[in-house]
Design a protein around this ligand. Structure first.
Ligand SMILES: Nc1nc2c(ncn2[C@@H]2O[C@H](COP(=O)(O)OP(=O)(O)OP(=O)(O)O)[C@@H](O)[C@H]2O)c(=O)[nH]1
Ligand SMILES: [Mg+2]
Length: 321
């Protein structure tokens, strides 16, 4: 993927100044509980990976914007962290970020995990959507898996409306972010609900997610699959230095853990875990940015990094709101 697609937010000069627009544009919040498939959906819609994906809950920790550009207009897809029961300051920040993102978009897609029954977080989001001002859609995801809980979600929505004494028609689409099935209908529905307007981003822009955060995420993703128990949630990845040299990008990275006992696990036997993560991330990032990326990883014990606002800010978790 050419690096120019990871550009900064720049209004499209070609489209500026037109009073009446034939294009339709909208900022679309992709929301839902953790692990429902939001990031998989955004990546699939863009046809490129901009957001990390894993079977571990709380994979996404930032809001990440991806730009879907078509002749008919532009959808700015905002991937958000999944709501979950927060037990740490980081967890509460992440939940706040997701709610904040949902309040500041033109329309909302609530991604439901059709392969599992509804949970408390689905209930919470549906209640919010009932009174949300924006157009809303339900996307019943993972329909490639046998058995769907469509009826459970329908009943939940019905019960919430009965309880609140309010009615709202929401289009519910079945889809699979993994296979792409049903996603064309979603995109059509989103463009149809979008208002006429000019493009918000240059047509070639894929995402405005900062490089440092994208690099840190790629490394964290490599670890999410390998670590067990609490460790995936207690690992912080921070890019300390990024030098974009002509021959290769040189990146210095700290892997932060809470306790000394976690350090050898992250390094692995004879450094194997660290080396594997480094190589896999280097491969992926080099392809993504179209230049060689060399990572230098250091594991540090930073007690309570998850409650340290300064560190959280460096990781982009405490900005914007
Ligand atoms: N079978 C199947 N698996 C899916 C589908 N969509 C996502 N998954 C899997 O579900 C898991 C979670 O996917 P993510 O995209 O990381 O979920 P998320 O909603 O972004 O999760 P958080 O970032 O934690 O909120 C991964 O293992 C995905 O491969 C789908 O349509 N079908
Ligand atoms: Mg995600």
């Amino acid at each position: 993927m050419p690096d120019t697609r990871h550009a900064k937010h720049t209004p499209d000069p070609a489209s500026a100044g037109h009073a009446r627009s034939r294009t339709r544009c909208a900022v679309v919040g992709v929301i839902g509980r953790t692990n429902s498939g939001k990031s998989t959906l955004v990546n699939r819609l863009l046809g490129e990976k901009i957001s990390i994906v894993s079977p571990v809950v709380q994979t996404t920790r930032n809001t990440i914007r991806g730009i879907l550009d078509e002749r008919r207009g532009q959808l700015v897809l905002v991937d958000t962290p999944g709501l979950h029961k927060a037990e740490t300051k980081l967890g509460s920040l992440i939940n706040r970020m997701a709610r904040h993102a949902a309040a500041n978009v033109d329309m909302l897609v609530l991604v439901l995990d059709g392969s599992q029954p509804p949970r408390i977080e689905d209930d919470g989001w549906m209640r919010r959507l009932l009174s949300a001002e924006q157009p809303c859609f339900f996307l019943l995801n993972k329909c490639d898996r046998p058995g769907t809980h469509a009826e459970d979600y329908r009943l939940l929505w019905q019960r919430i409306q009965d309880e609140k004494g309010e009615r709202r028609e929401v289009l519910c689409l079945r889809a699979s972010a993994a296979t792409g099935e049903g996603l064309a209908s979603l995109v059509d529905a989103l463009f149809e609900a979008a208002q006429p307007g000019e493009r918000l981003y240059d047509r070639n822009t894929l995402t405005d997610y900062p490089r440092r955060l994208a690099i840190a995420d790629a490394i964290r993703e490599k670890y999410l699959m390998k670590l067990r128990g609490e460790l995936p949630h207690e690992l912080g990845v921070r890019v300390d230095d990024l030098r974009e040299l002509p021959e290769a990008w040189a990146v210095e990275v700290s892997l932060l853990v809470n306790r000394p006992s976690q350090k050898p696990i992250v390094i692995g036997e004879k450094g194997r875990m660290l080396r594997d993560a480094q190589r896999a991330a280097e491969r992926e990032l080099s392809e993504q940015f179209g230049t060689d990326v060399k990572l230098s990883l250091r594991v540090k014990v930073e007690k309570n990094w998850m409650t340290n606002t300064w560190i959280l800010r460096q990781m982009g978790y405490a900005g914007e709101y």
